[in-house]
Design a protein around this ligand. Sequence first.
Ligand code: CTP
Length: 407
Amino acid sequence: MSRNILVGVGGGIAAYKTCEIVRGLTRSGARVRVAPTPAALRFVGAPTWEALSHAPVETDVFARVDEVLHVELGQWADLILIAPATADLLSRSAAGRADDLLTASLLASRAPVLAAPAMHTAMWENPATAANIQTLRDRGWEFLGPVSGALTGADSGMGRMFDPESIVERALATGRPQDLRGRRIVVTAGGTHEDIDPVRFIGNRSSGRQGIAVAEAARDRGAEVTLIAAHVDAPLPAGVHLVQALSAERLQRSVHEACVGADALVMVAAVCDYRPTRPGAHKLKKHDLGETTSLELTVTPDILAGLTASAERPPVVVGFAAETASGAALERLGTGKRRAKGCDLLVANDVTDGVFGTDENHALLLAADAPPLELHGHKREVADGLLDAVTALLERQSTSTQKEPLS
Ligand code: CTP
């Protein structure tokens, strides 16, 4: 489920950090529209917000009256995030004013509001601001920060905006069902590299984005997440336990360690099937190798199959398979792999058209006792579709355990 997030930007210097927030939200698959106040545009211009959100940006309550934008925007949003929430913006919101597009949208919306205040300490501590915050809190607004630290001037104190990465994390979790709260989920992501020598390696095209999306989605649904990352070319998420495992051998060890006591393993990593048998301690030289050469490879352990047959097997195990096949052939290959590797679920995707390094995916979710389910869209949507199935399996297992008679 992709989210519609309206980002309201107040006129404070922290607006420059909100650019990173908008980027983080869109990267995670959210649809974002930005409503800056006129004062915010004095810090960061409309073209920047338009480029980052991929959507037109207006600030005036009279903009696009034919589309009734001042109502449409608030109704479109299923979350309103205000960052930075300045003293003036909080005051106008508390008074229920509608003198720009953002405040009008706030009035016209029933969406939850998350606000990250940023202002000078004196303004923050002023009883007027404190009363406005209390009013808004009573109306259900949720506040993140501010925190203490260096301010715009020479002084420092309470009033800095909450860290942008954590704002993204909280925004993505707000209003989501916390159906994985209390669960421990292990996710692997990215491609392993197997050394040929200190300079060269064997690798694959995995970017790690799908695995990262699964880790973020599980985190946002309340799970405690361990993300075991091989080589990835996407930003790693905040709010998860990160373990780096760059080779198949390291990944295998990390997976077994992390799975002790876990509820589920989602094995998205692309593990190299072979590694050079004798990696060179020094750089291999062309003049020593000659015109043609060959490299002896040794098969790497099948981490997933080994794990499902071990004592560390979590109650739910999910495999992934990138195949150059579609339709019935993809289903057949995926089902065979699911059984062979002892997984409860397997996500099979057709990589013929190249999904590596992109934000989109289309895949078949294969289960033992359900017909194949198509998952497509942003990798985050695919992740949420998969986690729906994981959650259902975990719930089913807890109910059947509860019903088991005591022996
Ligand atoms: N996998 C693993 N260890 C390996 C290879 C793969 O744990 N040495 C896992 C992957 O993380 C993935 C699943 O097995 O979840 C399927 O990976 P894939 O590469 O499609 O399977 P292979 O068994 O390597 O089959 P193929 O011959 O198609 O590469």
